[in-house]
Design a protein around this ligand. Structure first.
Ligand code: ATP
Length: 314
């Protein structure tokens, strides 16, 4: 990749970014920093505000207030400079169906200008479409169209790719191909990929870091490991008598829930759990404890926990 723009700046930065549609706050004072050369997930349920943030960054809709930067360029003042090195797919990539993949890229290269046309063969090669490049797009599978969309993004040698719900409609094979391609774009070529998704599993497998967005607000941000880490509120217990342990722990002050699992109990608390106190309690009642450990959550569990907590608080 040719790094002529500000490669040390965050790929995306927003400060208090807000977008209202009338009374509705679709993007609510979002502070977000997406480091360069990472795959970054923007994760939220349907209607959380993901597409609106993407559209605002790309200048497809105006921000109501706040600041935003892409590749170190302030938006909207320096949009032209920023967009020269940004490739984006918002919604399903649209092509002329009767033209071939290569012809579609030629149309785009003519619009983009500069060196774009010379990047068509390597871009097709990069996404594994060289062999089908001269077939009409109407004969392409959804996965192939998605890859052609990425080839189109690559025509500007992007430092940043913004992909809105990129795996929508892909079959498992297409998702695997897409995942591999994104990792190569980031790890081998040092590009940044910002992808919005409601698919937690996808973000967990593809991305290095993510922000979780709920009702327009970013409610958590960190590496995937950080977001999935032990929060100190849940422990797993293996014991000689899980039923008796369940009866003992259920309803105790501070205990939010006890769940019987195939291999023991999962105990969640309202605050931080003191495993030693739980151990003492069980042992005093004659229950032998052979496993007591913090529960590690999948990102999915954390996501559901966080968003349902917010629902309860609302
Ligand atoms: P999805 O995954 O369903 O695409 P999303 O997270 O991308 O959801 P947005 O499409 O950004 O969410 O929508 C955020 C909120 O803003 C929703 O409540 C939506 O109804 C509202 N919204 C989006 N676009 C408009 C618009 N043009 N006019 C009015 N409200 C809008």
């Amino acid at each position: 990749m040719n790094k002529t723009a500000s490669s040390s700046a965050p790929a995306i930065e927003t400060i208090g970014l807000t977008k209202r549609f009338g009374e509705r706050l679709a993007v609510d004072a979002v502070n977000l920093t997406v480091p360069a050369a990472t795959a970054f997930g923007f994760l939220g349920h349907n209607g959380a505000g993901k597409t609106t943030l993407v559209r605002t960054l790309l200048g497809l809709t105006a921000a109501s207030s706040g600041e935003m930067y892409m590749l170190g360029h302030r938006l909207p003042a320096e949009r032209g400079l920023a967009l020269a090195r940004v490739g984006a797919i918002v919604d399903e990539p649209l092509f002329y169906p009767h033209l071939t993949g290569r012809e579609n890229l030629r149309v785009m290269a003519a619009v983009r200008g500069g060196d774009s046309a010379s990047r068509i063969p390597p871009a097709l090669e990069r996404v594994g479409l060289s062999a089908r490049a001269d077939d009409a797009v109407k004969t392409y599978s959804m996965g192939m169209r998605q890859r052609l969309g990425i080839a189109r993004c690559l025509l500007c040698d992007p430092m940043l790719l913004i992909l809105d719900e990129p795996t929508n409609g892909l079959d498992p094979g297409g998702i695997l191909e897409f995942r591999k391609l994104v990792r190569e774009l980031v790890e081998d070529e040092g590009r940044t990929v910002f992808l919005s998704s409601h698919l937690l599993d996808e973000v967990e497998k593809i991305c290095d870091a993510a922000a979780i967005v709920d009702r327009g607000r970013v409610i958590a941000v960190g590496t995937i490991a950080e977001l999935s880490a032990d929060d100190g509120h849940t422990i797993l217990i293996g014991s000689s008598d899980p039923q008796a342990a369940l009866a003992l722990l259920q309803g105790r002050p501070g205990v939010a829930g006890v769940e019987l699992l195939a291999d023991g109990l999962r105990v969640s608390a309202n605050g931080r759990i003191d495993p030693a106190a739980i151990n003492d309690l069980l042992v005093r009642e004659g229950i032998r404890v052979w496993r007591l450990e913090p529960a590690h959550h999948s990102l999915e569990e954390r996501f559901l926990q966080m968003t349902s907590r917010l629902e309860m608080a609302a």
